[in-house]
Ligand binder design. Structure first.
Ligand SMILES: C[S@@+](CC[C@H](N)C(=O)[O-])C[C@H]1O[C@@H](n2cnc3c(N)ncnc32)[C@H](O)[C@@H]1O
Length: 219
């Protein structure tokens, strides 16, 4: 099965995400893929989790810091963080099968299965975390900017939100396109909720494949 997930098949598979326009369909997509996801990402040379983990380490020095891996999937970012010495990491994702794969990695303390965004507030106290890490969770039919207030709510004042995605999604997903996602980020900055401390870009030959990491500090 590992050989099945060639780069071409993965690109084709990911393109079907445009049809997963309900949580039920998106959950089915990731539940079915969960047993194969890590191998597929390895063959794709997926760099999002390692880049986000390196960015987080620049700002979050304490290895005991409470970190929340939001839309964790199978836990690739959690593994990177644990390998870098972080010991206090929780995870949340809407795909129950992905969370079960993540649980087996033994890098998370608490794991939650929940679809988030809009009125679906995370079942987490205000000001709980020193940092949030969000990797590859802004794409077709994934998280929308309506999740920002809840991300800010669960992060401690002074804490960091590290969020990365492929630049291509900033054009392809209609609700982010034409600068809308970044304009929504700026709106929260103007309201004094968070401030952008870094916009890190890992450049690729094809600029649509660049990985853009937004690092916000909560006010
Ligand atoms: C491309 S995967 C990335 C997973 C992981 N962060 C990684 O980098 O490997 C996107 C994940 O976001 C989750 N997701 C998307 N929208 C979500 C939502 N509204 N609420 C909770 N999870 C969501 C999916 O279930 C999926 O596991």
């Amino acid at each position: 099965m590992a050989d099945y997930w060639t780069k071409e098949r993965i690109v084709e598979h990911i393109s079907t995400l445009k049809d997963t326009n309900t949580h039920e369909k998106l959950g089915q997509f990731f539940d079915d893929w969960a047993p194969h996801y890590d191998k597929a990402m390895e063959s794709m040379k997926y760099v999002g989790p390692s880049i986000a983990s390196i960015c987080l380490q620049k700002y979050v020095k304490s290895k005991d810091a409470r970190i929340f891996d939001v839309a964790s999937g199978t836990g690739l970012a959690g593994e990177y963080l644990a390998n870098s010495g972080y010991t206090n990491i929780d995870a949340i994702d809407g795909s129950a099968s992905s969370i079960e794969v993540a649980r087996k990695k033994n890098v998370y303390k608490n794991l939650y299965v929940q679809w988030i965004g809009g009125d679906n507030k995370m079942d987490v106290e205000n000001d709980s975390y020193d940092a949030l890490i969000i990797v590859g969770a802004f794409a077709f039919n994934h998280l929308k900017s309506d999740v920002f207030p809840d991300l800010i709510r669960v992060t401690k004042p002074g804490g960091y939100i590290v969020n990365n995605l492929r630049a291509r999604w900033l054009k392809l997903e209609a609700s982010y396109a034409d600068g809308k996602l970044e304009a929504d980020m700026e709106k929260h900055e103007k309201e004094g909720k968070w401030k952008l401390v870094e916009r890190h870009v890992k450049e690729e030959e094809d600029s649509d494949q660049n990985v853009v990491t937004f690092i916000h500090q909560v006010c």
